[in-house]
Design a protein around this ligand. Structure first.
Ligand SMILES: O=C(O)CCC(=O)C(=O)O
Ligand SMILES: [Fe+2]
Length: 228
């Protein structure tokens, strides 16, 4: 299995995934990691066999993690990612829980099974991961929680040491993170961007039909005018 590293140019994104080692300057990364680890308010989620772990939602990050939110919204990040992908990126809406959140793998077995990141938007949709912490019980190396992606039919290991950014087109790349072991910790900042992050027409219609059930026909016409 070939690990993927150092693919920082646009042509490499032909595989819909790129890895950027030592992404942030060390002082910036340390400050960000300190902010994340100071939060300590994770919500646990458990979907039998598919997913187990903690999450810190965008709603919590907004008031308590200005450094993280500022990083997510920064033009520098979008520009750098845009040059890797070869497209102009925008942040996804604040109401989308996956726009900016922290994934906390903190108990033995915490993992996420094979999945695609669903794209509800009109344009292309990208997932960007910045591993903040990744250590084994002894603190001597990385945890057993490893990111794998299926690329060109083959399963590839995507290394996620702290401060190594991973960007991929989650709706096209099947991926998973394997379980951590006892005493290990893996904390990942997960962000999403889109080339046109307006909700896609089928999802927009579904939303309007749902709203109509609550607000009557006005929701349909009102929605259409707003979207014009
Ligand atoms: O923890 C990981 O490396 C994978 C996270 C993931 O699949 C996601 O944020 O969509
Ligand atoms: Fe994912």
């Amino acid at each position: 299995m070939t690990p993927l590293v150092g693919t920082a140019n646009a042509s490499a994104f032909a595989e819909h995934l790129a890895v950027l080692p030592d992404f942030l300057p060390p002082e910036h990364f340390t400050a960000l990691a300190r902010e994340v680890e100071g939060l300590g308010c994770t919500e646990r989620s458990y979907v039998p066999t598919h997913k187990q772990g903690g999450t810190i939602a965008f709603d919590t990050l907004r008031p308590h993690a200005p450094g993280v939110v500022g990083f997510y919204r920064s033009a520098e990040l979008r520009d750098r990612l845009g040059s890797v992908i070869g497209a102009t990126l925008k942040v996804t809406p604040e109401g989308d829980y996956s726009s900016c959140s922290i994934l906390v793998y903190e108990r033995p077995g915490d993992h996420i099974g094979w999945h695609y990141d669903h794209n509800f938007y009109r344009g292309r949709h990208f997932t960007v991961l910045l591993p903040v912490v990744n250590r084994n019980a002894a603190g001597s190396g990385l945890s057993a929680g490893r990111l794998f992606a299926k690329i060109g039919g083959a399963e590839r290991l995507v290394p996620t040491p702290p401060n190594q950014l991973v960007v991929f087109e989650g709706a096209k790349v099947l991926h998973r993170a394997t379980p951590i072991d006892e005493g290990e910790r893996r904390v990942v900042l997960s962000m999403t961007f889109g080339t046109d992050p307006r909700i896609s027409l089928p999802f927009e219609l579904a939303r309007r039909v749902k709203d109509m059930a609550f607000f009557g026909l006005r929701a349909l016409w009102g929605g259409r005018r707003r979207g014009a």
